[in-house]
Write a protein that binds this ligand. Structure first.
Ligand SMILES: NC(=O)c1ccc[n+]([C@@H]2O[C@H](COP(=O)([O-])OP(=O)(O)OC[C@H]3O[C@@H](n4cnc5c(N)ncnc54)[C@H](OP(=O)(O)O)[C@@H]3O)[C@@H](O)[C@H]2O)c1
Length: 303
């Protein structure tokens, strides 16, 4: 059963590309038509998410919250999740007061049972059609490789990678049913460059990057795109403690060409673009949101 069903308005996808003169074999022609049905330059809402349904995991704080608000601001209808029920309720109330269409579930994405319940809720609330899946939840345990325990290994793997793998599997029929699905993963620059005490976290994000590329190919036939955003230091609760060390922040700024930390809404804007019809030919890409950190090379002192 579903407590609050929101019925999103249908999205109109004009099939106004004229391809009738092309003489492809039937199978190729069908595929060509399917892909172009939703990927044309004349889409009436190229820069809008009006009426699209979206699941954003971890939407009560930080980057996830910015993504929820950004997508909702562009007209999407959102379902989100988090573990802390009172924080989730407080967010949902605030959003309702602002007139945003957002529902939520209490869910620990590292639990297989919770993931199944979450996707049941999503299917119920969105009537079986999901246009956007943002796999945002991730965590970090900063330790040298040799000090990580088996339990910590399991926590990082299940929260950062197993969860997104399974949620993608569960979401596939819903994304396919939308006929124009988009998945965005929250990766990290830790998947591109070596960061101190982040060997395992970087490996989980590296796995996400490869999943991003593989799904772009495997699910293209279902018109599902798959991309990832890879932030450097963004001001959120996750990094509050490490950024309370002023000397460390100086080091961070020195290896960041733009010479500052990022804001959550500098990540959410890219996520919104990757979900819009305007980005319909972009798939399998991992885009860094890092003030230039990952391309800085031998430029050790910025600022
Ligand atoms: N901030 C950065 O500098 C930075 C840099 C690179 C990559 N990232 C990535 O960006 C993503 C978001 O990070 P953030 O900095 O925005 O984190 P954050 O401020 O700690 O927010 C995390 C959000 O996810 C929820 N969450 C955490 N664990 C969860 C779980 N097991 N199940 C369900 N919900 C969970 C939290 O709510 P509850 O606690 O109530 O569950 C909260 O809503 C992560 O994937 C992270 O790896 C962040």
């Amino acid at each position: 059963m579903c407590d609050a069903i929101i019925s999103p308005p249908s999205i109109l996808i004009p099939t106004n590309l004229q391809i009738s003169n092309l003489s492809f074999k039937p199978s190729i022609r069908t595929r060509y038509q399917n892909v172009h049905a939703s990927a044309n330059q004349n889409h009436p809402n190229r820069w809008s998410l009006q009426g699209m349904t979206a699941l954003v995991t971890g939407g009560t704080r930080g980057i996830g919250r910015a993504i929820v608000e950004e997508l909702a601001g562009h007209g999407a209808i959102i379902h989100t999740c988090a573990r802390n029920e009172s924080e989730l309720n407080s967010c949902l109330k605030g959003w309702l007061d602002e007139g945003l269409k957002i529902t939520g579930s209490v869910c620990d994405v590292s639990s297989p049972l919770d993931r199944k319940k979450l996707m049941n809720d999503v299917s119920c609330v969105f009537d079986g059609k999901l246009y956007i899946l943002v796999n945002n939840v991730g965590t970090n345990i900063r330790k040298p490789m040799v000090d990580l325990t088996a339990e910590e290994f399991s926590t990082l793997m299940s929260t950062n990678f197993e969860s997104v793998f399974h949620i993608c599997q569960l979401a596939h029929p819903l994304l396919k049913a939308s006929t124009t699905g988009s998945i965005v993963f929250t990766s990290s620059v830790s998947a591109f460059v070596s960061l101190k005490s982040m060997t395992l976290q970087g490996a989980t994000k590296g796995a996400i990057n490869q999943l991003t590329k593989n799904l772009a190919c495997e699910w293209a036939k279902d018109n599902i795109r798959s991309n990832a955003v890879a932030p450097w230091y963004i001001k959120t609760s996750m990094v509050e403690q490490v950024l309370s060390n002023k000397e460390y922040v100086e080091e961070v700024l020195h290896c960041t060409p733009l010479g500052r930390l990022g804001d959550p809404n500098e990540v959410s804007s890219l996520v919104a673009f990757l979900c819009m019809p305007a980005s319909s030919y972009i798939t399998g890409q991992i885009i860094c949101v890092d003030g230039g950190m990952s391309v800085s090379g031998f430029y050790p002192r910025h600022g």
